[in-house]
Design a protein around this ligand. Sequence first.
Ligand code: PLP
Length: 466
Amino acid sequence: MTPRGFSSSATAGRGGQGVVNVLTSNLAPFTNPSEKDNRAAVVLTRGEGVYVYDTDGKKYLDGLAGLWSNALGNGNERIIEAAHAQLKRLAYQHTFWNRTTDIAEEYTSRLVDFGRHRGVVQTFMSCGGSDANDTNVKLAWYYWNAIGQPSRKTVIARKQAYHGVTITASSMSGMETIHKGYGPLPLPWVRHVSTPHYWKYGLPGESEEEYSARLAKELEAVIVREGPDTIAAFIAEPVMGAGGVIPPPRGYWGSIQSILRKYDILFIADEVVTAFGRLGERLGSEFYDIQPDLYTVAKAMSSSYYPLGAALITEKVADAIKNQANKFGVFGHGYTYGGHPVACAIGLECLNIYEEMQIWDHVKRMTPTFQLTLKQLETHPLVGEVRGEGFMLAIEFVADKASKSQIGTKVPPATILANECMKNGLLVRSTGHVLVIAPSLVYTMENFQEMFTKLKKSLDSFDEIV
Ligand code: PLP
């Protein structure tokens, strides 16, 4: 039987079975909309733990945890029960104008506890990562106005970074795909500095530490050129994610932080991917000993059972906001669904589960198996680099290992391989020349074995195609 909304004709195309043509009623994100009436898409209908199933009943191991986000897999009864109970008790009330809900209060105080050892004293609730990043930029501006330095407006971000797609977040994202076609993007108060990718951009004979020092110098030069009293904040992911999983080179965060401190610039850590255990610590900032002033969290926060995000605010910023209130009265910012009761109930249960499981320790224990096993793929003639940290990994393809030149196939190599993986029942992601893997945080040894087998099989047939 053809499910509603699907064309009955085609089941062939990109990954073979399981791929059907869907009507293009939805302008789908990061998808080519040029296929006029319908497009080939994998249509998933149900999930069970770390597996998902398509309309033909084909089973896939999810190697990307949805979008780096479904940390506990599908079908977690405790989360479902928490959502159900909250829906029955109080489906909706907001947190505006001195009104709030018991669940929003309970959850946000638990979130503060979660980040307290890193200086967090307050939260601001959003529905995802982009709007939490917007909030953090507004908080940075508000902060500088509050302490009498209103000229500080510029935000420094990094090329290849991904911070989301609202106008502010897409401006800070350093990807051409997100800017082109929109005219005024990125907005004029954003500057981008270099991607910290040593394998790709390190000079011959330059050590990782020297490369990091060079990038810190570049950051300083931008600050000095713009005028330190015009810079509000620096925003960065502890490990660059959607830009192709780029862990920082040795010494990078130490060098960058000392420049930020020298010029008294606020540091926003975009931990949308790295918070809640993906690097084997509660927060990715902990892993690298980064001390941000503001954190952005989302994704694993609710294990993606519900849209949820937050800005986590440290004391310095929180105090300035309180003082500014004497002038403005209210803090003029808020989303209808920020602090949604169901989102908070889900977030709270996720946090309970993470704490009980000490999920970050599980990730830490499993990381060597994951990283070292896949690192062996670097011996493959078309693999230039396998890199990663925790449960984040990338495989970058090259035509020639010495020159690192790209493979010139019409369909980029990682896309070919991602499609092979899909045929073999493994969901991963291609960014063109880079294959990205980010499993759920509950992956077992058996799940990893299955992933390795499927990846190896896909890579074997990939040799014939490329
Ligand atoms: N920041 C980072 C680091 C992300 O990876 C993402 C999404 O992938 C976002 C922000 C945007 O989050 P959302 O899609 O929830 O708006």
